[in-house]
Design a protein around this ligand. Sequence first.
Ligand code: MF3
Ligand code: CO
Ligand code: CO
Length: 218
Amino acid sequence: FWQPGLTTDEIDKAVHQMIINNGAYPSPLGYGGFPKSVCTSVNECICHGIPDSRKLEDGDIINIDVTVYLKGYHGDTSATFLCGDVDDEAKKLVQVTRECLDRAISICAPGVNYNRIGKTINDHADKFKFGVVRQFVGHGVGRVFHADPIILHFRNNEHGRMVLGQTFTIEPMLTMGSTQPVIWSDDWTAVTKDGSLSAQFEHTLLITENGAEILTKC
Ligand code: MF3
Ligand code: CO
Ligand code: CO
C-alpha cells in the first residue's frame, strides 16, 4: 500500500471507510478521547500514534493498529509494515517482533500460566538484544475493548492460568534501544525515550481445547 507521500491521515481514512462499509465501528474513535479511527505508530513511536498529515518516507516502519466493534464484540490486531527500502537492522527488529508474537501464541492453551507468554517473548528478544517494552500490556477483549486479564510481555512471576473460552490479546512491543516510553502532550503518542526504533504485532486470541485460535487472522 505504501508509496512516497502517503500520510497517516490517509491510512486512517481508508481504514475508517473499510470498517464502516462492513457495518462495524472503529473502536478507537472517541475511546478515552482518542480522535481517530486507527493508531499509526511510525519508527520510534511505540504505540497509540495519532494519524496526521505527516508524509511517510522511504525507510520508515509503521505499526497500524486496528480495532473494530461488530455485533457486540471488539477484535484488536496490529502489524508493523515496511515503507520502501528499510535497513537490515530495522527489518530484523520487525521480523523478531513478529516471531515473538507467533511463539507466544503457540504456547497458549487451557491451564497454561500467563507468565509463560512473557518468558517466551523476553527469551526470544534477548537473543537479538532487543528490548521489551513493559508499560503497555495485552488485555482481555470481547464485549469490552480493554478487560482482564492483563498480559505482560516481559519475564514475570505473576500467577493466573488461561481458561477455555477466554479471549485476550498479545501485543509485544520490541525496541532497538531504550524501552522507556515518553508520552507526548497529546496524552497518547508513546515514543522511546532515546528515539530508538520500536515495532509491534498484535492478535486477538480465543483459548480452545487444544491451544489458541487467532480470531484476527486475515
Ligand atoms: N488498539 C490498542 C490496543 O492494542 C488500543 C488503542 S486505544 C486508542 O490495545 F484509543 F488509542 F485507540
Ligand atoms: Co490491544
Ligand atoms: Co490494538
